[in-house]
Design a protein around this ligand. Structure first.
Ligand SMILES: *Cc1c(COP(=O)(O)O)cnc(C)c1O
Length: 418
């Protein structure tokens, strides 16, 4: 370090501040993680310079021999990791992975079912303000009001009634396991494609800790940067019979040149994911999530669906006079704990206010925190929420949180040199 410091001190300073923020706060955003130095190195490497439209061995540009090697490593490792027939590692993001599948399998106006956003689904699963909602006739399925989990009999009934071309499952804020076998049955009953978006749970699936959709689904999409702990990007897996159509839809259908530096970093992350240490890491994510959930419940908080099977949970403030997700997010940020407000099922508040917060343990687990530390964090959360009206009290908690965080070093080398 550091060319950047010399070339652009202003931006360099911003980067140092962001590194400090990541290292000194407690990040409980369920979709975030901290990648390894090796992944960062690949992602910041010279492959950013290369145009490589096409696929390994079939490019529109010369000079692709080494990026071909990188993409082949990424593809082979992804196949080994998930046991899929075909993979495309080029989508720039999770949203573009989903777009590629819809464009491959559907025509504008087709009927599709997806988990409603307000019940844990994603914008790209048919929300009216997203391209998926503009182009397709989506109806949302919802969780059961009592159990707050998906009722697969109701999903089947709804599918019979609506007759969709595709059923999309997977979620951004759903704390329980999905039953992919039951969803396959619903798809078969109406002749629908089955697409599963495992953006959130990909790391758990890779480690065999969440049931895999691969045997059941026609298409499986994911991001690579959430529990999976790779660089920011997307990926699509599918049955061999869709491979050629899907690849053509990713490029030239919806994308131009692939981000070869990011594909190289995906290869590095997949190698990490094939190790026994990674399996243990994923196991500890769930162990920590369960510990955090239990500690919060003991402190009197209500969790949607009663807790978690995965890396995330939703705390609901419904029925607590004057309390909202927005207020909790703000208070916690001032106390050094980063979370996001989140709608809960049947939420009476608007999406910018909400009645809940979403908490996840992938990032804190990467830092080496253990179940006992989750109890400490639950205590910080409770104090911050109770003292939300006192900036002084929140600043005092933030100090304690920073001291606590420093026990779990992150990107130390980078901060040392800064
Ligand atoms: C995060 C997420 C995405 C989108 O990923 P981006 O890379 O932000 O476009 C898609 N689907 C689900 C379920 C997600 O959680």
């Amino acid at each position: 370090m550091s060319y950047l410091k010399q070339a652009d001190p202003e931006l360099y300073d911003v980067m140092v501040r962001e590194t400090e923020r990541q290292a000194h706060k407690v990040v409980l955003i369920a979709s975030e993680n901290f990648v390894s130095e090796a992944v960062l190195e690949a992602n910041g490497g010279v492959m950013t310079n290369k145009y490589a439209e096409g696929y390994p061995g079939k490019r529109y540009y010369g000079g692709c021999e080494w990026v071909d090697a990188a993409e082949n490593l990424a593809r082979d490792r992804a196949k080994q990791l998930f046991g899929c027939e075909h993979v495309n590692v080029q989508p720039h993001s999770g949203s573009q992975a989903n777009m590629a599948v819809y464009f491959t399998a559907l025509k504008p106006g087709d009927k599709v079912m997806g988990l409603a956003l307000a019940h844990g689904g994603h914008l790209t699963h048919g929300h009216p303000i997203n391209f998926s909602g503009f182009l397709y006739n989506f109806v949302g399925y919802e969780v059961d009001r009592e159990t707050e989990v998906i009722n697969y009999d109701h999903l089947l009934d709804q599918a019979r009634e609506f007759q969709p071309r595709m059923i999309v499952s997977g979620a951004s804020a759903y704390p329980r396991f999905f039953d992919f076998e039951a969803i396959r049955r619903a798809c078969d009953a109406v002749g629908a494609y089955m697409m599963v978006d495992i953006a959130h749970i990909a790391g758990l699936v890779a480690a065999g800790l969440h049931p895999s959709p691969i045997p059941f689904a026609d298409f499986v999409t994911t991001t690579t940067h959430k529990t999976l702990r790779g660089p920011r990007g997307g990926m699509i897996m599918c049955k061999e019979k869709y491979a050629a159509d899907l690849d053509r839809m990713v490029m030239p259908g919806i994308q131009g040149g692939p981000l070869m530096h990011t594909i190289a970093a995906k290869a590095v992350a997949f190698k990490e994911a094939l190790t026994p240490e990674y399996k243990d890491y994923q196991r500890r994510i769930i162990e920590n999530a369960k510990a955090l959930a239990e500690a919060l419940k003991k402190l009197g908080y209500r969790l949607v669906a009663g807790g978690t099977d995965t890396h995330l949970m939703l705390v609901s403030f419904v029925g607590q006079e004057g309390m909202t997700g927005k207020k909790a997010e703000n208070a916690l940020d001032k106390a050094g704990i980063v979370v996001n407000k989140n709608t809960v099922p049947f939420d009476p508040e608007k999406p910018f206010v909400t009645s809940g917060i979403r908490l996840g343990t992938p990032a804190v687990t990467t830092r080496g925190m253990k179940p006992g530390d989750m109890t400490t964090i639950a205590g910080f959360i409770d104090r911050a929420i109770k003292n939300r009206k006192s900036d002084e009290a929140l600043a005092a908690i933030a100090k304690e949180v920073a001291d606590f965080s420093k026990r779990f070093p992150l990107y130390e080398e980078r901060l040392k040199g800064a």
